[in-house]
Design a protein around this ligand. Structure first.
Ligand code: PMP
Ligand code: GLU
Length: 405
């Protein structure tokens, strides 16, 4: 087809590197290559049984018609209760919009509040999709670098320096994808103190990894800070906490006019999301929460395993992540080194993207390059995989890196 049919906004859009890498690894697998996929970040556990049963019951009870655009009231009530119980945040169901994953609600919120030219501050490394969502809304992403030396977390001084009269949104993710960094209560309080002085700024807090947090303090939500309650949007969902990535349920909770605007947008684009998945999500929020803890403990064991194995590899530098299910090692000591490819040619690895390709093609382990998260020189590995797979993957990576001269 003629390239000219494609709109400029899509030509400008970068492809999701996480999904692209996962797709590539599926293709290699289909071609018979034994690839270990540590690229895409999603729990490998099955969805807990009581949640599945709620979905089956929804089918049997004919929840087969359109739901309200922002989601069933009973689900939004369950989410409001969850926000109050777990996050000490007060939202009414009218302030909540449920949609097709946290991804859609992040994108809808950005679309609903960002005017062309508005600045959106994004601490990086950050998840691949934020910047593209801002660009789609014709906003200007303002990236603030949080280096490994600062635990991949922005300081209040950096935030203050990045805010201008054009700043409309600050988008923060803790626990972080891709670094696993977790802001402490004191660190969040210090950021809130800066934001308190800039009442034109909306805080968009992506808390999708809230339950995958290994710190003794546990998750600290921006919802705990009344100083900013009137301009806070929390985005969260069931994907990570309840191993429900494919069910596609996420939500935004924010000021009533923002929720209304998001609902208006959703009403003209996708309508209310799947009724069956909504009923399943309601069971997740209303049901027993032991499954969440069990999965977190499994992730913790895997983190300890993969970090231990990664630390045995010479020249690989990494922090112990405090949350999420990723490690984000620095691979700079291997850049500039070469190997002999299968066709006999000598190839040099100069970038993290080339490193991710090398690991895929030569070690058959799928990872994602740090530059996709706006920090070149690193790679991201998801450890949401079985322990044997993690052990095998790290052995393959270790061998492949040792072959670089
Ligand atoms: N935010 C972050 C930081 C993520 O890693 C993800 C997972 N891709 C999402 C949001 C979206 O999650 P979902 O759409 O599955 O709810
Ligand atoms: N959170 C996952 C990741 O970052 C899911 C894939 C995506 O939506 O980007 O790998």
């Amino acid at each position: 087809m003629e390239q000219s049919f494609i709109a400029d906004r899509i030509k400008r859009l970068a492809e999701s590197a996480t999904l692209a890498m996962s797709q590539k690894s599926s293709e290699l697998r289909a071609a018979g290559v034994d690839v270990i996929n540590l690229s895409v970040g999603e729990p490998d556990f099955p969805t807990p049984d009581h949640i599945k049963l709620a979905a089956i019951s929804a089918v049997e009870n004919n929840f087969s018609h359109y739901s309200p655009v922002p989601g069933y009231l009973s689900l939004r009530e369950a989410i409001a209760d969850k926000l109050s119980r777990e996050n000490h945040a007060s939202f009414t169901p009218a302030q909540i919009v449920v949609g097709t994953g946290a991804k859609q609600e992040l994108s809808n919120t950005i679309m609903a509040v960002v005017n062309p030219g508005d600045e959106v501050i994004i601490p990086v490394p950050a998840w691949v999709s934020y910047v593209e969502m801002v660009k789609l809304a014709e906003g200007t992403p303002v990236l603030v670098q949080a280096e490994m030396s600062q635990g991949f977390k922005v300081t209040p001084e950096q935030l203050e320096a990045a805010i201008t009269p054009r700043t409309r949104v600050v988008l923060i993710c803790s626990p972080s994808n891709p670094t696993g960094a977790v802001y402490t209560r004191e660190e969040i309080a210090a950021l809130v103190e800066v934001l308190r002085r800039h009442p034109q700024v909306l805080i968009l807090s992506d808390e999708i990894y809230e339950h995958i947090n290994y710190t003794p303090q546990g998750h600290v939500s921006f919802g705990e800070f009344p100083e900013i309650a009137d301009r806070l949007v929390i985005v969260n969902g069931v994907s990570k906490a309840y191993a429900m990535t494919g069910w596609r349920i996420g939500y935004m909770a924010g000021p009533a006019p923002v929720a209304k605007a998001v609902s208006k947008l959703q009403g003209q684009t996708t309508s209310g999301t799947s009724t069956i998945a909504q009923k399943a999500a309601e069971a997740a929020y209303r049901g027993a929460q032991e499954c969440v803890e069990q999965m977190r403990e499994a992730f913790r064991r895997r983190r300890d395993l993969i970090v231990g194995l990664a630390r045995e590899i010479p020249g690989l530098e990494l922090d112990m992540p405090s949350g999420a299910f990723y490690i984000f090692p620095c691979i700079k000591s291997y850049l500039g080194k070469s190997y002999t490819a299968a066709d006999g040619t000598r190839r040099t690895i100069s970038t993290d993207t080339e490193m991710a390709m090398y690991l895929l093609e030569e070690a058959h382990v799928a990872t994602v390059a740090g530059s996709a998260f706006f920090l070149p020189g690193y790679i991201r590995l998801s450890y949401a995989a079985a322990e044997e797979q993690l052990t095998a993957a790290m052995a393959r990576i270790s061998d492949a890196l040792a072959r670089l001269k």
